[in-house]
Design a binder for this molecule. Sequence first.
Ligand SMILES: Cc1cc2nc3c(=O)[nH]c(=O)nc-3n(C[C@H](O)[C@H](O)[C@H](O)COP(=O)(O)OP(=O)(O)OC[C@H]3O[C@@H](n4cnc5c(N)ncnc54)[C@H](O)[C@@H]3O)c2cc1C
Length: 309
Amino acid sequence: METTWDCTIVGGGAAGLSAALMLGRARRRTLLIDAGEPSNRHAHGVGGLLGHDGRPPAELYALGREQLGRYTSVEVRDGEVVGGERIGDRFTLTLADGSRELTRRVLLATGMDYRPPAVPGVEQLWGTTVFHCPFCHGWEVRERPLGVLDDNPDSGVHRALLLRFWSDDVVLFTNGPSTLDAAARERLWAANVAVDERRVERLVADDAGALAAIAFADGTQAERNGLLVPAPLHQRSALAEQLGATPSPEPGPVAVDPVAVDQMFLTAAPGVFAAGDLSGTMPSVPNAMAAGATAGAMVVQSLMAEQRG
Ligand SMILES: Cc1cc2nc3c(=O)[nH]c(=O)nc-3n(C[C@H](O)[C@H](O)[C@H](O)COP(=O)(O)OP(=O)(O)OC[C@H]3O[C@@H](n4cnc5c(N)ncnc54)[C@H](O)[C@@H]3O)c2cc1C
């Protein structure tokens, strides 16, 4: 633990890599530690990222790491941060291998844990033909028979109406008798969305590993080639809390327990910044990149303020 880093970034997905790029370009001594499990790792491609639309996520992150290679003040390390504590105006981070790092600033970019419904088959198809974001993966299944699996009447109706932009054939599966009221059923009917209240047992994949059908508890099936599901986002660890960051008092509709940050991406803990999915940015790769880049620049500003007044 000899080096005092200017900034240690925890997490090397879209937000963390972008932050490291800004810090490297500002010639700050930066350590990026990454456990290598970006949330979109199961997806075939990154949908909606200008200049890289459809590029496999692993390729994008490898390119990011490669570009960081020219900034000698940045070290990228594979590993996991398992603990952190403030010591005066510095922080000590403990890694899973037992090593410890001393740093002036911490930038948390750990992403979030997406939790899709625990229906058998979802895991296998997750990020391809079963997805939580139509902007990310709707294009690839456009004009096919699509479904929404959501037992919440409000969000189910919203998702079904939204998905109609991608296909004329959309069914809302409520996974059992629904509490949809007459007005909601009327809106769905007007948009030509059918409601199916059979109890879902599992998802059926074809030989190519794409969604083929939804199997119900009564032994029947419905042919579908794409399924939109809710997947609330949860913190991946207690690291933010350990470092003194607090949860946002107003979580949005997607993230359950995002970390609160101000416009500078500073958390409630002085010296601890947070960017990307974990701070409640609308979850997407371009948003995480923008947040990471801005947070990186704000860390540089705060180091300058500390050193120069
Ligand atoms: C299945 C799926 C498909 C998606 N598809 C798209 C898409 O097509 N287009 C799009 O724009 N968005 C998509 N998204 C959303 C997008 O992936 C996220 O919004 C974005 O990746 C968030 O970036 P991030 O840097 O905040 O977190 P992540 O990309 O999740 O990266 C966080 C990194 O931090 C690491 N980490 C976590 N904890 C620690 C720790 N304690 N120590 C060290 N490292 C740690 C993780 O292993 C990971 O590598 C998708 C999401 C999912 C789940």
